[in-house]
Ligand binder design. Structure first.
Ligand code: MG
Length: 449
């Protein structure tokens, strides 16, 4: 049987594979699984999101679910609403994927993405077409329409030192990727007293400004603007607002590993005893920070859903990923770009120094990341070889791929892609040259097979 769900929800090409019919059937399956109940439904700003959104709402009503319509919103805002009102969630979004893609992310009543075993149940219902449609008199007559944007913004503001941030009078450039965050984050920053210049801030599913994935290549306009202006900070989000990328006042791209470490250090000073939860591909700066503050780090496989689940189970204080994804467990059980932006300003206001200087006070490590395309027929052979040679290493982790940790704390991770004929390589060391050397060494090993 075909597998429906990826790392978080379903992603397909819209109106080709992911048609309104498919979206309705997915909603029928999800609504059958939740056995009615309240479902918060939202969408990002893609061209076909409105079409799929109505299909989802129709499917949910058909199986007797009550629907809370949030309209265009960011994924974390919807997750926040689920937790707030104990509602299940369905978000029409393809996050940072190219414009022709769309998808649906389903949430539990905590706001966390649906667990694997529950996804499996939804998947079974979908393929068996066993939907519990209700009789006509049990179809809810109306949906409940809510604009939660400003409730969500207020809830974020309660979690940071608003007065200190306002006193900082930060000039911030925010690149909204023409996505749903354009309706939220610029207003949040204004409420926090920032002077905001927003780029690509009109929601437009053609993504005229840039590709919605916040990579350095896609953020040239943002970094150029910062280099030629007088700004304290640059921020960039992806299409559905769960990720945040940070640019210093000098226009330098801040690696996700560094921005999450900055926030982790700040949260580590709190009396809360919980661990930091992160993936096997994320920086060991977190281990340094945790050690300094007498806490532990829980390591998971790659994927924000896995981090959120472990965070919940372990009672963690903070969850994060190497790509800059941050999870604040007292707020939203998923990555939250707007909350991350506010918290970063909170840190900057506290230290009263330029961001580039604050970053220098971290126990810095340097990351090198690359990927290599491999012949799909040779992928298993390559991995078997990596398995063999890394088995001799004293300190090896095999949670997700093969990670070798050396005595000085530098490490390398070889991780096959689950969906593409690719092997990803991550390395980290206190000196950039060493990280480069580690990646190079394993690239050569792969090429030699
Ligand atoms: Mg996203």
């Amino acid at each position: 049987m075909e597998k429906l769900f990826g790392t978080f929800g379903i992603r397909r090409v819209a109106n080709d594979v992911l048609t309104p019919e498919m979206a309705t059937e997915l909603a029928l399956s999800f609504g059958t699984f939740t056995q009615g109940g309240m479902i918060a439904v939202g969408r990002d700003a893609r061209k076909h999101s409105e079409m799929l959104y109505h299909a989802v709402v129709a499917g949910l009503l058909s199986v007797g679910c009550r629907v809370m319509e949030l309209g265009v919103t960011a994924t974390p805002a919807l997750q926040w609403a689920c937790r707030q009102w104990n509602a299940w969630g369905a978000m029409v979004t393809a996050s940072h994927n190219p414009p022709q893609w769309n998808g649906i992310k389903f949430m539990e009543q905590s706001g966390k993405g649906l667990d694997r075993d529950k996804e499996k149940e939804v998947e079974d219902l979908y393929f068996k077409k066993s939907f519990c449609r209700v009789s006509w008199e049990n179809i809810p007559q109306e949906t409940e329409k809510r604009d939660i944007r400003f409730d969500y913004i207020r809830a974020i503001m309660e979690r940071v030192d608003g007065r200190a941030i306002r006193e900082g009078r930060f000039r911030v450039v925010l690149d909204c990727a023409n996505g749903a965050p354009a309706l939220i984050t610029p207003y949040l920053l204004s409420e926090l007293g920032c002077r905001v210049v927003s780029l690509n801030a009109h929601p437009d599913g053609r993504f005229p400004g840039r590709n919605p994935e916040p990579t350095p290549e896609n953020l040239v306009d943002l970094t150029t603007l910062i280099r030629h202006g007088d700004f304290a900070l640059g921020l960039a989000q992806d299409g559905d607002g769960d990720r945040l990328i940070v640019i210093t006042e000098k226009g330098e791209f801040v690696p996700g590993d560094w921005s999450v470490s900055l926030v982790a250090r700040e949260l580590s000073m709190k009396p809360h005893p919980g661990p930091i939860v992160t993936t096997v591909a994320t920086t060991h700066m977190l281990q340094d920070i945790a050690e300094q503050h007498g806490r532990t780090v829980v390591i998971t496989a790659v994927g924000d859903l896995v981090v959120a689940k472990a965070l919940m189970e372990k009672g963690g204080i903070f969850g994060c990923e190497e790509n800059g994804g941050m999870i604040f467990p007292d707020f939203v059980w998923g990555r939250d770009g707007a909350m991350a932006a506010a918290y970063l300003l909170h840190v900057m206001a506290k230290y009263e120094k330029p961001l580039s200087e604050i970053l220098q006070s971290l126990p810095l490590r340097y990351q090198v990341k690359t990927k290599i395309t491999v012949d799909p027929e040779k992928k298993d052979k390559i991995l078997a070889h990596i398995e063999r040679i890394t088995a001799q290493e004293k300190n090896r982790l095999t949670i997700d791929g093969y990670k070798v940790i050396l005595d000085d704390g530098s490490w390398v991770l070889v991780r096959p892609s689950g969906t593409e004929p690719l092997v990803r390589l991550f390395a980290e060391a206190r000196e950039k040259e060493k990280a480069t050397h580690l990646v190079q060494k394993y690239l050569e090993i792969i090429q030699s097979v």
